[in-house]
Design a protein. Structure first.
Length: 133
């Protein structure tokens, strides 16, 4: 895997993309590193939005790692970068399936922010609660 990463640095164009795909598959199958595979696929998906296998793997990893918001951003970039209407439609459909999880993530972040506001206001002007955040 380390040698393939070095090879990717030296390659350009379609050969680099194919090497990145091989490295992502190797990282998942041999090493089992989900985070690294997700990061590699995050680069590959916008570059080759027509590769259904990579997109499917990317969506499975996004669900497993609870990175729905990041996946939605990447799929939006991929959809805007493709010229094929069929591929764009498939990507937008996949993105639509992620929306409930994205809405939940945004709602959870709002609850955390509101909770912090309440704790800060409860601490008064001394700011004692600011140190606990």
């Amino acid at each position: 895997a380390r040698l393939m990463a070095i090879e990717i640095e030296n390659l350009r164009g379609p050969k680099r993309l194919e090497a990145q795909k091989r490295l992502a598959a190797l990282t998942l199958e041999q090493i089992g590193d989900l985070d690294k595979t997700f990061a590699l696929d995050e680069v590959i998906v916008p570059l080759d939005p027509g590769d259904n296998e990579v997109r499917a793997r990317y969506l499975k990893l996004a669900s497993a790692l609870d990175k729905h918001v990041e996946a939605t951003r990447t799929l939006t970039r991929a959809a805007s970068g493709t010229k094929d209407p069929a591929v764009r439609a498939r990507i937008l459909a996949e993105e639509h399936r992620l929306l409930p999880a994205v809405v939940r993530a945004i709602a959870e972040r709002r609850v955390v922010v509101e909770d912090r506001k309440v704790r800060i206001l409860a601490g008064g002007p001394s700011g004692e609660n600011l140190r606990s955040l």
